[in-house]
Ligand binder design. Structure first.
Ligand SMILES: Cc1cc2nc3c(=O)[nH]c(=O)nc-3n(C[C@H](O)[C@H](O)[C@H](O)COP(=O)(O)O)c2cc1C
Length: 448
C-alpha cells in the first residue's frame, strides 16, 4: 500500500489498517504498562514514558539555554514523562549544527543546571512533590552537518558518494584527522564532567542521524585508526564511553544509536551490503554488546538520516517543502522502528531500551506503546514531535487513560521546516501563538 495520511479516529480503524498491511504491530486497551517504573542503573523512572531529545535551535550565541529552551523543558516536565532526554548539545564550537545550538562550556554550565532545576520544579508543581524524572543530556558533534556560523562548515569523517554531492564537496575535501578525533575525546569527557555538575543523571554520547560519531560508524572507506575495520569505526564511541565511565564517576552513560541508516554500502551502517533498504543488525548488535560491557546502561534506538532518509527517521504525513513523499506506508516505518528496538532488547535484555518514532500514531500512540511494552520489546517509549505539540501527553495517558485527539501532533513537518529555515523550532500548529509567526517568517524568507 502506498503512502497514506493518518485518518484513523478510532483504535479499531487503526488496527484494521495494520491487519490489512499484514504488519506485526500490536495495540492494546490496557495502558497499565505505561505506568511501570523502569530501572536505569541505580535509578528508577516514575513511569515508562519518555521525551527524546528535541532541539529547538534556540540557545544563546554562547550556547546557553535561552527563553524558549527553558520554556520547552518546563512544558515537558509539567507533562509528567518519566524520562526527559535533553537535546543535542555541542561539545565543541565548530561542531554546532546551528548558531543557536546548545553548547556546554564551563562559563554557561550554571545556566544548564538552572534550566534542569527549574524544569523539575515546574514538573513537581504539576505532578506532585515526588516527581523525579531521569534526566539525560545529549552530547553531540554535528560533523557533516556543522554550521556554527551563517554558512555550513562540514566536518566529515569519510567521503560519501551520495552526501558529498548533496553538499557539493570536492573529492579532496579534507577529512577530520585522527589527531583531532583523539582530542575530541577530551571534549566529550569535559562536557560529561560539566553535565554531572549540572545534576544530569546521564550523558548520551550521541551516535545517530549521521552526525559525526554516527558517520564514523560507517567509515568503511576511511584510512587510519578511525576507519575501515569494525574496531576502528567504533573506536571513538567506545573510547569516549570508557573514558567517561572512568573519569566521571557518578554519571551514567547513555547512547542514542542509529542501528540502521538506510545509506547504501559502503557508506551505510546497519545496512545489508547489497540493499540499502534492508537492515543488517550484525554490527550494531555487536557494538551494543561492547557498549554494555563498557558500562552503558541506557540505549535509545533510532534510525535513518533526518535529511536524507527522513521517512525512516520520523514517519510523517507531509514532508518538508521540496522533500519527497515516500512510497512506503507510514505504518511500515513505525513498525520498522519498533522491531529494530525489539531486536536490541532481545539481544541485550539487561540494557534499558527506549523506543522512538511513535508520533505518527497520534492519539493512539499509548495503545501501541503499552502493547509493545507488555510484550517486553522495549522498556520505555519516547514521544518526540508529539511532545512539541502536546507536552501533557504522558500525564493524560497516565491519569485519564487517553490522549485528546485534537491536541495530537499531525506530523506535518512544520517543526522541521522551521529548522530548515533557520528558525527556532516548535509546533506551529498546536503551540501556534509562539511558533506560528516564526514558521510564517521562515517561509516568507525572513528567517529568524
Ligand atoms: C524539530 C526536531 C528536533 C529534533 N532534535 C533532535 C535532537 O536534538 N537530537 C536527536 O537525537 N534527535 C532529534 N530529533 C529526532 C527526534 O528525537 C525523534 O527521533 C524523531 O522525531 C522521531 O520520533 P517521533 O515520531 O516521536 O517524532 C529531532 C526531531 C525534530 C522534528
Amino acid at each position: 500500500m502506498p503512502h497514506e495520511r493518518f485518518r484513523f479516529r478510532t483504535l479499531d480503524a487503526l488496527a484494521a489498517r495494520i491487519t490489512e498491511l499484514g504488519l506485526d504491530l500490536p495495540v492494546s486497551d490496557d495502558l497499565s504498562p505505561l505506568a511501570r517504573r523502569v530501572r536505569i542503573g541505580d535509578r528508577e523512572t516514575p513511569n515508562a514514558l519518555a521525551i527524546p531529545p528535541m532541539e529547538g535551535c534556540d540557545g544563546t550565541a554562547d550556547g546557553a539555554p535561552d527563553e524558549l529552551t527553558r520554556r520547552r523543558y518546563q512544558r515537558f516536565a509539567r507533562g509528567g514523562a518519566g524520562l526527559l532526554w535533553f537535546e543535542a548539545t555541542a561539545v565543541v564550537y565548530e561542531g554546532r549544527a546551528n548558531p543557536r545550538q546548545l553548547y556546554l562550556t564551563p562559563e554557561n554550565a550554571p545556566a544548564f543546571a538552572h534550566m534542569r532545576e527549574e524544569a523539575l520544579a515546574a514538573g513537581r508543581d504539576a505532578n506532585g512533590s515526588d516527581y523525579a524524572p531521569f534526566t539525560v543530556l545529549q552530547l553531540t558533534h554535528s560533523g557533516r552537518y556543522s554550521r556554527p556560523g551563517a554558512a555550513p562548515a562540514p566536518i566529515i569523517a569519510h567521503h560519501d558518494g551520495l552526501l558529498d554531492t548533496v553538499f557539493n564537496l570536492p573529492r579532496d575535501y579534507p577529512l577530520i584527522t585522527d589527531e583531532a578525533l583523539d582530542r575530541l575525546q577530551d571534549c566529550y569527557v569535559a562536557a560529561a564532567r560539566l553535565a554531572h555538575a549540572c545534576g544530569f543523571d546521564a550523558v548520551d554520547i550521541k551516535s545517530c542521524h549521521r552526525y559525526l560519531i554516527s558517520e564514523l560508524l560507517a567509515a568503511h572507506t576511511r584510512p587510519g585508526r578511525y576507519g575501515g575495520s569494525f574496531a576502528n569505526r567504533t573506536r571513538l564511541l567506545l573510547d569516549v564511553v570508557r573514558r567517561v565511565r572512568a573519569e566521571v564517576p557518578g554519571i551514567q552513560v547513555a547512547v542514542r544509536l542509529n542501528v540502521f541508516d538506510g545509506h547504501p554500502y559502503p557508506w551505510g551502517w546497519g545496512v545489508s551490503t547489497d540493499d540499502a533498504t534492508t537492515p543488517d543488525l550484525e554490527e550494531p548488535l555487536r557494538l551494543i554488546g561492547l557498549l554494555q560491557e563498557a558500562g552503558v546502561t541506557l540505549l535509545n534506538v533510532t534510525a535513518g538520516n533526518p535529511y536524507y532518509t527522513p521517512h525512516i527517521n520520523r514517519p510523517f504525513d507531509v514532508n518538508v517543502v521540496g522533500g519527497y513523499t515516500p512510497e512506503e506506508h507510514p505504518l511500515v516505518g513505525v513498525t520498522r522502528l519498533i522491531h529494530l528496538a525489539r531486536a536490541v532488547k532481545e539481544y541485550s535484555p539487561e540494557l534499558t531500551v527506549v523506543g522512538t518514532g511513535y508520533s505518527w500514531l497520534r492519539h493512539h500512540l499509548g495503545n501501541v506503546a503499552a502493547a509493545v511494552m507488555a510484550r517486553g520489546w522495549v522498556d520505555l517509549v519516547g514521544v518526540g514531535r508529539g511532545a512539541f505539540a502536546y507536552p501533557d501527553f504522558a500525564r493524560d495517558l497516565l491519569t485519564t487513560g487517553r490522549m485528546n485527539a485534537r491536541q495530537a501532533c499531525i506530523t506535518c513537518s512544520r517543526c522541521t521546516q522551521i529548522m530548515r529555515d533557520h528558525g527556532r523550532a516548535g509546533c506551529a500548529i498546536l503551540d501556534r501563538a509562539v511558533y506560528g509567526p516564526i514558521y510564517e517568517a521562515g517561509r516568507g524568507g525572513a528567517g529568524q
